[in-house]
Structures are given as structure tokens and as C-alpha cells.
Design a protein around this ligand. Structure first.
Ligand code: MN
Length: 321
């Protein structure tokens, strides 16, 4: 935690009437949870401020909130932009952060590039939403954490930590989460939402678990071909959320889930419970955390290349054990 920078963030928030929050493209639970948590917290605390969240919407995160559509570019000129959960600036969901008078970066990914008038990166936090709580905790007299803010932040923390299971979760995580419970969090509501599945999705999950593949040294993978989405009538977002189902096998330290996001744009979600995989992801136009990264392959043929590399990584990891 960097109290000096949190102070700088707090001063900027206080000094702007209009604040616009920018989550990354294809927003996940943490990007949206952080954005809406921050929005609700600031709006409840300062009656004279208007806070917008802009960028892409997603069905999964609509439970927490749907971004505003700001057609007038001039709203941005007098605003403070807060860019959350994003290491690469070209992944921002709305480019108009460039029009903002001042910008703040709040992120928990390993630094890829420097941006923002205040750049706050804390890789010790397993979700960006937890950084909002660091801010809240430091300036409790100035902020009000409402139930809506608590629910959004909890949604972000749960989804980015695999419900408190991933590495990086520690006492600080729970101390921050305790403040959410103290602020009226309805955890049951969030869990119920996350646990609700359609029957189509459940059938698709069964299909993945029957048909996954494995390399020689224990890289488990599955390729979500577009025809499967049609066959099972599930969307890409739902389908790719299954990534961790492939990580439950003994002696299989790495797993990957491939999908085609647009024609000719094949990406993978890469996960590990052994060797760090972010460097491997970097080699394929991606990146992320040591144990959870994403990579961009382009074509289906190129998936074999990353699988080969991942297999080697699994091999040397096992040999080194
Ligand atoms: Mn995150």
C-alpha cells in the first residue's frame, strides 16, 4: 500500500465534479466491480459529484451495473478519468480517457506501461477492487460505503480470487472484505447470482469435461470451436468462464482454454498451479499474472505452438520438483 499515492488519488477525487471510470475491454468481474464500487462510493460520499462508468458492457457483469453511454465528448474535457484494472492502455474500453483533464491508474497487474497522472499499482492485491477498499480504509471519514458499492466490490474480489482461493489472498484481503460486510454487503445475493447456471451451460460444461485433451507433460486444454457454441447455445463469455474446470487434475500444472473471439482471433486463457506462465503468455501477445494470463494466437493452427511451449514448461517444472 502506498499511502502517499492514495492521498494524491483522494485529493484528485475531491477536486473534480465529474469523474469518469474506465474499465478494460471485455470487462471481467473485477474491472466492473472496481468501477461500480468506486462510482457508488464516490457518489454516496460527495453529493455534488457525478460519476460515470464508460466502455463495453457484458452480460455477466450487468448484475453489478451497465456502463453509461456518453455521446458528448465535451463531458470528458473537464473530468477526472480513473482507469481501472488495466495494464495495457490499448486495452481500455473507451479511448476518450485521452480527453480527460487528469487521469488516475488503479491496477494490480504487473506493470506493462506507465500511464496516468497518478499511477497506483499494487500487485500484492489479488483484485483491483481491494485497492478501492485501501482508499476507503485510509479516508474513512470522507467516504461512505453503501450496500451497492459493497456488493460491486465483493463481486470483483470474488471473481478475481476464484472465491478467495487464488494465491495472493491473505489477511489483508479478509480485513478489507470485513469492511464490506460491515457496510451492508449481501453476500448471499452475489453468491446466488454466481451459482445460477442455465441448463444449456451445464450441458456444455459436461461436454468440455468429457472432451478435454492433455499434452504429454500434463497441459490440459480444450478448444471451444465456434460450432460448439452454436450446438449448445451458449455464449463465448459463459463458455470461457469454464477455464478453471480444467485445473483440477493431479500432475497437470498448466491448463488452457482456447476460443475464437472474432473470426481469425483465437485467444486463450492460460492458468497454472505450478510454473509462472505470464512470460509464456507474453511471447504470444498476451500477459497477466504469474498463475493466470491470457494470450492471443490469431489462428487455430497457432494454438499448437503455445501448447508445445506450455508442455515444455510443464516438463521442466516437473523435473525441477
Ligand atoms: Mn483484476
Amino acid at each position: 500500500m502506498d499511502s502517499k499515492k492514495l492521498q494524491a488519488i483522494h485529493e484528485l477525487i475531491k477536486s473534480y465534479k465529474t469523474i469518469i471510470i474506465f474499465p478494460h475491454q471485455r470487462p471481467d468481474g473485477d474491472a466492473m466491480g472496481t468501477a461500480f464500487g468506486l462510482k457508488h462510493m464516490i457518489e454516496a460520499s460527495f453529493q455534488d459529484k457525478t460519476v460515470y462508468v464508460v466502455g463495453e458492457s457484458s452480460e455477466f457483469t450487468s448484475f453489478i451495473g451497465v456502463p453509461d453511454v456518453l455521446e458528448e465528448d465535451n463531458i470528458f474535457a473537464d473530468a477526472l478519468g480513473i482507469l481501472v484494472d488495466t495494464a495495457n492502455i490499448d486495452r481500455m474500453g473507451d479511448e476518450r480517457f485521452k480527453l480527460c483533464e487528469k487521469t488516475i491508474k488503479i491496477d494490480h497487474h504487473i506493470k506493462v506501461e506507465t500511464y496516468g497522472d497518478v499511477e497506483y499499482i499494487d500487485t500484492s492485491r489479488p483484485a483491483a477492487a481491494l485497492i478501492v477498499l485501501d482508499l476507503y480504509n485510509m479516508f474513512k471519514e470522507d467516504y461512505i460505503l453503501t450496500k451497492a458499492a459493497a456488493d460491486a466490490l465483493f463481486f470483483g474480489i470474488l471473481t478475481d480470487t476464484g472465491r478467495f482461493k487464488y494465491s495472493g489472498v491473505n489477511g489483508d484481503t479478509f480485513r478489507n472484505v470485513a469492511m464490506l460486510y460491515d457496510s451492508g454487503l449481501d453476500a448471499g445475493e452475489v453468491y446466488d447470482y454466481l451459482d445460477t447456471r442455465t441448463e444449456n451451460f451445464t450441458r456444455f460444461k459436461g461436454f468440455v469435461l468429457q472432451n478435454y485433451e492433455k499434452t504429454e507433460n500434463g497441459v490440459v486444454y480444450f478448444k471451444i470451436l465456434p460450432k460448439y457454441l452454436e450446438e449448445f447455445d451458449v455464449n463465448l463469455e459463459e463458455a470461457t468462464s469454464l477455464v478453471n474446470e480444467l485445473g483440477k487434475f493431479k500432475d497437470c500444472p498448466i491448463w488452457a482454454l482456447f476460443a475464437e473471439y472474432e473470426e481469425g482471433i483465437v485467444r486463450c486463457r492460460l492458468r497454472s498451479k505450478g510454473p509462472a506462465i505470464n512470460e509464456l503468455a507474453g511471447k504470444y501477445d498476451g500477459g497477466g499474472h504469474a498463475m493466470a494470463s491470457g494470450a492471443s494466437l490469431g489462428t487455430w493452427e497457432r494454438t499448437e505452438l503455445i501448447l508445445k511451449d506450455a508442455d515444455q514448461l510443464a516438463k521442466s517444472y516437473k523435473e525441477g520438483l
